[in-house]
Every structure is written in C-alpha cells, then in structure tokens.
Design a protein around this ligand. Structure first.
Ligand SMILES: [Zn+2]
Length: 103
C-alpha cells in the first residue's frame, strides 16, 4: 500500500499534431487537455542530423513524470491507463451531473 507513495506522479497525455511557426517555434500539445508536451525555440536547439528534435506521432500516448520529465510512448492498442490526463472526466457526459438533472 505504501508503494504508491514512493512512485513519482505520472500523467499520460495524447500527443496532438506538432506545429512549427516561422521555421523556428515548435510546439506540440496534448490533444485532450492542451498540456504542452514539447516547446522548442529551434534557433537554440542543436541537431546532429538537421531534422530538428524528436516529435511524437499524433495520437501517441505519452507518459510524463518527474521534475525532469521522462517521456515514454505506450502502444496504441493499450487501453487508456489510470494516469490518463482525462481520467477524471466522464466521457460523453453533459456538464451537469445526473443527480443535478433529477432534481
Ligand atoms: Zn493531456
């Protein structure tokens, strides 16, 4: 039971399409919650192959944990984990709860 206290909080986001503006500013956000997954000023980013930094394929599940985030991709066919950033939401629900509707 105390095990969970030892683990670093982890959140799983869904990568959206990355965009590059003016060939310089690269940003990639979570498609679901808008969390900024990648944010680069390419003029300050060294690249060995000239292709720029790694970006996630849109739709990838990306785990982010720790102060210095650790990124890891999950398999597409896995169900959404408990750490999914939208896990506390009820899918397809209206903004009001059913309890409120019944009053
Ligand atoms: Zn997210």
């Amino acid at each position: 039971m105390g095990e969970s206290l030892m683990t670093t909080a982890k959140t799983t986001h869904i990568a959206g399409e990355h965009i590059t503006i003016e060939g310089r500013w690269l940003r990639q956000r979570c498609s679901w919650c808008g969390y900024v997954i990648l944010d680069y000023d390419l003029s300050l980013t060294a690249s060995n192959d000239g292709k720029g930094p790694h970006v996630w394929t849109a739709g990838s599940l990306v785990d982010i944990s720790g102060v210095n985030p650790i990124y890891s991709a999950l398999n597409q066919d896995e169900s959404l984990p408990d750490t999914f950033c939208g896990a506390s939401e009820t899918f397809g629900a209206s903004p009001t709860t059913s309890e409120e509707c019944n009053q």
